[in-house]
Design a binder for this molecule. Sequence first.
Ligand code: GLC
Ligand code: CA
Length: 558
Amino acid sequence: MTTTALDTALALPSAPGAEWWRSAVIYQIYPRSFADANGDGIGDLPGVTAHLDDLQRLGVDAVWLSPFMTSPQKDAGYDVTDYCDVDPIFGTLADFDDLLAGAHERGIRVIVDLVPNHSSDQHVWFQEALAAAPGSAARARYLFRDGKGEHGELPPNNWDSVFGGPAWTRVTEADGRPGQWYLHLFDASQPDFDWTNTEVRAEFRRVLRFWLDRGVDGFRVDVAHGLMKKAGLPDYVPDIDGGSMGGDASDVPYWGQPEVHDVYREWHRVLAEYDGDRALCAEAWLPSVAQTALWVRPDEMNQAFNFAYLETKWDAAALRAVIDESLTDYAAVGAPSTWVLSNHDVVRHASRLALTADNPQGTGLGPNSPGKPIPEVGLRRARAATAMMLALPGSAYLYQGEELGLPEVIDIPDAARQDPTWFRTNGERYGRDGCRVPIPWVAGAPAYGFNDSGASWLPQPPEWARLARDSQAADAASTLSMYTTLLAERRARDLGEGTLEWIQTPADVLAFRNGSLTVLANLGADPVPAPNGRVIAASGALVDGRVPTDTTVWVETD
Ligand code: GLC
Ligand code: CA
């Protein structure tokens, strides 16, 4: 690894309160679907490196890479066997170093995904646990328990897996007899660690240091609300439909247990050993913004995904309420609010915002889903929603492909689906494949330029030719051009570090000022007058100086 001058510049600590993560726009790369350099149909790290110029042109401050560590890929890499190496399908550690150096040269920070709640069942520790006896130190790293019933034939409690079905699987002991059960809040191939175990704690401090030593700027922490389970693992009577990550439910004995905060205080101290401003971002699905803010108290993590915002419907009053709540509750602990509309686990917002039926997280969309969106309505709302989000103070997360206005892919053939949710619910829930389809770069090319071979691990729909990046780059009215403009203006005006001041408006309209910018979003049916001043960006064309339905406008007022 070589250290460049720019590396050094990025490594300088900012003044307290001005750290980069407080206002950054962070672009999520889902490596298997971003760009495929070797043509095997699965995106890889060299593919990312080859497109860093595109990300710089787009104007993002940082990237978050979903997991690329060694994994049998039962849950697309969220099932890790070696936390300190790169899976061969994605490349090598040298490829990672190249990516990191290339990003830093362009002033782009890099955060990596850390998956501490569970490992793969192929992890050497879990294999040791299976070979060892009940009560052994090897089993104590995970959550093995005896079953209930006369012969231990019933699971230890009634918990369900997030992906459907029971959260427990029974093992066969060395003597060939049915034995203990182990907990997996997700797929059976993802056994949960026991985070009261000191070896587990020490191992993850080592993993953090491994990536920090290589120069990463931080971590997105997977299932950050799940590491600790309530002592005694009591039954839980769910008050929600299965499949939720816990965002709607309170008192779940495996989400949001208070002991988890000690883990993050420990990690905070590890990051503090390093130069620059390294950051921890929590993927924590909790019932309220106020609760999520506990994950970003000054001695814990730095950011948490704002899922309350993501889950808010396209409704002016509801959006205003969640924005206010977020700004207040995060400020109360000295943290920035984050904003996010899409990621690899939810229906893309260009489809979600126009759904006409409920669709709990993880359900996904498929040919038989109720309430399918009208694509034009979805795209219009998505553009308006993004234009509103990027003017908010705080840090914003983007998910690859949303800058192209990609919709959820609904018509994936059953035989091509890969999400464990689809299998564990026998097709009752489609799951998350529809937001994970490899993204289009070049309209006329094989696999739309995802690679040269035309292979793609999920089929790309024919209508994506017109959404390809190259056709959008040349079109000033495209979604890509809109994102590029918004990001440049956001940066030039330091909107991420600004403050929000609401402007009185009729119902169905939201308007606020951030510095000299006035933002107006019309969520109502009728056009409304644009604010006075110079229009510097709009999510859709204004009509006679009026802002039509589902449109956001940015106006310079001073
Ligand atoms: C997180 C990830 C999701 C994964 C799950 C289990 O929610 O974002 O993709 O399936 O954790 O690791
Ligand atoms: Ca590849």
